[in-house]
Design a protein around this ligand. Structure first.
Ligand code: AMP
Length: 388
C-alpha cells in the first residue's frame, strides 16, 4: 500500500490533519539523537523553539514553568473540549524545573479520553524529552497545552511502516486500542497524522519499561511478581472478554505506570527490542506456546495468552525464561513442556506456574481462577488491579 493509501485509511479511522511541522527537529530521526544527547532535550519547549532552524535558541530558552499542583476546573476541561471526560492532573516537579519522567507525580481521576473523535494536531502539544525508540519512530513525553495533561506522543514514520508492510497492522491496532479502557492497559487517547508521520497520543507510563526493572533487579520478590501477574491477568481478562488475544505478552511489552502498576502496551505492531537475546537469538520464541510452534495450521485460541503469562511469571521469579536455550532447543523444550523450577521459588508460585504452562491449552488455569489462586491472594490481598 502506498503512503497515500495509508493516509486515506487513517482518515477513515478518524481525523485528517496536515499541520505545520513543529516537531521537525524533535521528532526527525536524523536530528533527534542529537536532541537526546543534549541537556535541553529534557525541556519542554514551545513549537517554535523546537524547529530545526532555531536549534540554538533551543539551548538558551528556559524550560516552561513547572506545572504547579493543579486540578483542572470543569470550566477548563470544557474549554479544552466538550468531548473530554473530566480530567484531573496533579503534577509535582522536583526542585529542578526540567520536565522529566522521574520528576512527575501524575494522578488522573479519569484519563483524557475523548468520547468522540477529536481533531488533534501537533500544535496542541508541548514536546518534551524522548522516552524511547520503537520500530517505526520515537516516543516523546508531551503535554497538551490547554489542559496541561501529560501524555506520551508516539511518532510512527509512514514510509517505514510501508516499507515493512505493516499498514494493515498499524490501522487495526489503532482501531483496537482506541476502544480499550482498563487500568492495566496503556490508553490510546487519540491519533492524528501529517504527510510523513502518524502520531499516537498515549498514556504516559512514568516508570518506563518493565524489562529494564527486571534486568536491574535480576528477579522480582514474590510479592511484586504476584502483583504484576495479577494485574496482567486482569488486563487479559478484559481483553479476552472483548475477544482480543494479545499473543505477544513478554516483559518488553509491559510498561510501568507512575504508581508502579502494569501498563500493557504494544498490541501487535511494535517489535522493537533493545536487548539482543530477543532479537538475534530467538525473537519472541521464548514466550510462544506449543500450539503456535508445533504443526502448521493448528488453530489457537485465547489460551495462548495463559501460556505466555506462565512464562512471564517464571521469568519474573527466576530471572530468565523457562525454555531459554538455542533456537532449536528452545523450540524442542516448549513443545515437550520441559522446564524446571528452582527450589527458591515458593510452592504456591510453583503450583501456579505449573497450571499455566500446560501443553493442552484447554487444561490451563482460567483467568478467573488465577485471581483466586492462593499465591495471588497471599500477595495481593486488597486488589488485583492497578494498585495491588
Ligand atoms: P514502542 O515504540 O512502544 O516500543 O516504545 C519504544 C520505547 O519508548 C519503549 O520501550 C519505552 O521505553 C518508551 N515508551 C513507549 N511508550 C511509552 C509511554 N507511554 N510511556 C513511557 N515510555 C514509553
Amino acid at each position: 500500500m502506498e503512503i497515500a493509501k495509508l493516509s486515506a485509511a487513517l482518515e477513515r479511522i478518524h481525523v485528517t490533519d496536515e499541520n505545520e511541522d513543529p516537531l521537525s527537529a524533535a521528532t526527525d530521526g536524523r536530528t533527534s539523537q542529537k536532541a537526546s544527547n543534549s541537556k535541553t532535550a529534557t525541556k519542554l519547549s514551545s513549537k517554535t523553539k523546537l524547529s530545526s532552524s532555531t536549534s540554538k535558541a533551543n539551548r538558551t530558552r528556559p524550560a516552561l514553568q513547572p506545572l504547579a499542583l493543579q486540578k483542572l476546573a470543569i470550566a477548563n476541561a470544557t474549554k479544552l473540549s466538550t468531548n473530554l471526560s473530566r480530567v484531573t492532573v496533579t503534577t509535582t516537579l522536583g526542585q529542578s524545573s526540567r520536565i522529566s519522567a522521574t520528576h512527575y507525580h501524575i494522578a488522573t481521576e479519569s484519563a483524557l479520553i475523548p468520547s468522540v473523535p477529536r481533531a488533534w494536531h501537533l500544535g496542541m502539544f508541548d514536546i518534551g524529552k524522548p522516552l524511547g525508540k520503537g520500530k517505526f519512530g520515537r516516543v516523546y513525553l508531551a503535554r497538551e497545552k490547554t489542559s496541561g495533561f501529560v501524555c506520551a506522543l508516539k511518532v510512527l514514520h509512514k514510509a517505514e511502516i510501508q516499507q515493512e508492510g505493516f499498514e494493515k497492522q498499524v490501522r487495526r491496532e489503532i482501531e483496537i486500542q482506541s476502544h480499550l479502557a482498563h487500568p492495566n492497559l496503556l490508553s490510546l487517547y487519540g491519533h492524528f497524522h501529517d504527510s510523513r508521520r502518524i502520531f499516537l497520543i498515549v498514556e504516559f507510563a512514568g516508570q518506563g519499561e518493565l524489562y529494564k526493572h527486571l534486568r536491574k533487579e535480576q528477579r522480582f520478590p514474590e510479592r511484586k511478581a504476584a502483583q504484576y501477574i495479577a494485574q496482567t491477568a486482569s488486563a487479559l481478562k478484559y481483553l479476552h472478554r472483548k475477544h482480543i488475544i494479545h499473543r505477544d505478552i513478554k516483559p518488553e511489552n509491559l510498561l510501568v505506570g507512575i504508581y508502579g502498576e502494569i501498563k500493557m502496551s504494544d498490541f501487535g505492531w511494535s517489535v522493537h527490542t533493545p536487548y539482543a537475546r530477543r532479537t538475534t537469538l530467538c525473537g519472541t520464541l521464548d514466550y510462544l506456546p506449543p500450539e503456535m510452534l508445533s504443526s502448521m495450521g493448528v488453530s489457537y485460541s485465547k489460551q495462548v495468552d495463559l501460556w505466555s503469562l506462565g512464562v512471564l511469571m517464571y521469568e519474573f521469579l527466576v530471572g530468565e525464561a523457562p525454555f531459554e536455550d538455542s533456537l532449536v532447543m528452545t523450540k524442542r523444550k516448549i513443545v515437550r513442556g520441559e522446564y524446571s523450577i528452582p527450589s527458591f521459588v515458593s510452592s504456591e508460585a510453583k503450583d501456579l506456574i505449573k497450571r499455566l504452562l500446560v501443553l493442552d491449552p484447554e487444561k490451563r488455569i482460567p483467568l478467573e481462577e488465577i485471581e483466586r489462586h492462593p499465591w495471588i491472594i497471599k500477595h495481593c490481598k486488597k486488589s488485583t488491579d492497578s494498585k495491588g
